[in-house]
Ligand binder design. Structure first.
Ligand code: PMP
Length: 402
């Protein structure tokens, strides 16, 4: 009875229908038009886009568009196969060399998405005989990678270096070969890993450290290399992973390392071997974006100025926010129903943010997540704050002190 396979979704569909109840559906938003990195149209509503990961606003950067167009015309629409079987294009390899140079690492590997990069690296390195220690708030790709590789998984409390240390001590000698997994900036709360403390634990107890800088490349560090650069601990990070889908404005992922055997991962990594390589146009726009990011550090300054303006504005309204100013500004709400109504009202007021379903949030709270871009103008940030101000209902006020 093949239909039975789908029966499991009935409860989910009902729960979603109960929650959305004829409102705009925050879990299946159709963005009808995109006018710029910061403006679009959802149905009849022209909206400021504050629910992207377009941190540097590079999706409309002329140099990136031009590079992509040229690649499209000269190399075609797609590679139609995996690099292992069908071969790499010169541009894949050029981007790998540029990434290695940017991160000051011996080598880098490009993957088709950031999700696959984490899967490809972590699952290949950590097999059933290995131990992985991961921050509880790590992204789904990191959890899935551990499953794919079959490693023994030990979770430590989010951003709690003392908890990591306790758990590593319990491992005794086995800690020396364990793989520690953390993120530069966490995608839900916008907070940063206590990387100095973690590095210090690693120096004392051993282990390998992988930092996923998906949300921090282009955002943190004097050159935009991420949290490890910001905190001056890059030498202690064995592997950095990340994505091209956020500050670099396209799609794809990477891993970079100074380890001499890094390149061999290609031969063991299923998400590298068994999927098509990124299209020439995506690679070309990423190369142009990387160069733009290197040439224009002022984009990072603008991003942070916008991030601080939004955080200050929402904080002054009494909303419960993440622990620190960040390009990701989560606004914690109460029930999922409140979240859906709140999200819809924001769209009606011309502001698009993400409603994060409680399942994906730490602690199971409903939250709306705003993300800020260097391309926002201060006036746009002010309009976002005004929309939140208009929704400062008594129910939300009560939560502020909770
Ligand atoms: N790691 C983290 C921390 C992420 O937040 C994401 C995407 N949200 C990814 C990896 C996956 O990146 P991609 O979109 O390129 O698959």
């Amino acid at each position: 009875m093949p239909m039975a396979l789908f029966d499991r979704f009935a409860k989910l569909a009902q729960a979603r229908a109960d929650l959305v109840q004829g409102r705009l559906n925050p879990f299946g938003t159709r963005i009808d038009e995109i006018f710029s990195p910061t403006e679009g149209r959802i149905g009849e509503h022209r909206v400021i886009l504050a629910g992207t990961n377009n941190y540097l606003g590079l999706t409309f950067e002329p140099a990136c568009i031009q590079a992509a167009q040229q690649a499209l015309e000269q190399q075609g629409t797609g590679t139609t196969g995996s690099r292992m079987a069908n071969g790499s294009y010169g541009s894949h390899m050029a981007l790998e060399a540029e990434l290695a140079d940017f991160f000051a690492r011996r080598s880098a590997i490009v993957f088709s998405t950031g999700y696959m990069g984490n899967l490809g690296v972590i699952a290949s390195l950590a097999g059933p005989d290995d131990i992985v220690l991961l921050d509880a708030d790590c992204h789904a790709s990191i959890y899935d990678a551990c499953k794919l590789g079959g490693a023994q998984v030990i979770r430590f409390r989010h951003n709690d270096a003392a908890d990591l240390e306790r758990r590593m001590r319990r491992l005794g000698e086995r800690a020396r070969n364990a793989l520690i997994l953390v993120e530069g900036i966490y995608s839900m709360l916008g907070d940063q890993a206590p990387l100095r403390e973690i590095v210090e634990i690693k120096q004392r107890l051993g282990g390998y450290l992988l930092v996923d800088e998906a949300h921090s490349v282009g955002v943190l560090g004097a050159h935009g290399r991420g949290l490890a650069e910001e905190l001056g601990v890059e030498a202690e990070v064995d592997i950095v992973t990340g994505t091209f889908s956020k500050s670099l404005g396209a799609i794809g992922g990477f891993a970079a390392s100074h380890h001499q055997d890094m390149d061999l991962l290609r031969y063991a990594s299923r998400p590298y071997i068994f999927t098509a390589s990124p299209s020439p146009s995506a690679i070309a726009s990423v190369r142009a974006a990387l160069q733009t990011m290197r040439d224009r550090p002022e984009l990072r300054e603008r991003l942070w100025s916008n991030a601080r303006q939004l955080y200050r504005g929402l904080d002054a309204l009494g909303y419960r926010l993440g622990p620190q100013p960040s390009p990701i500004v989560p606004v914690l709400l109460g029930s999922p129903e409140e979240g859906v109504a709140f999200w819809e009202s924001l769209v009606e007021r011309g502001v698009y943010v993400n409603l994060v379903p409680p399942l994906a949030t730490p602690g199971g709270q409903a939250l709306v997540r705003c993300s800020v871009s260097a391309a926002h103008t201060p006036e746009q940030i002010e309009r976002i704050v005004e929309a939140f101000a208009a929704l400062r209902a008594p129910a939300a006020k009560a939560l502020a002190g909770a």
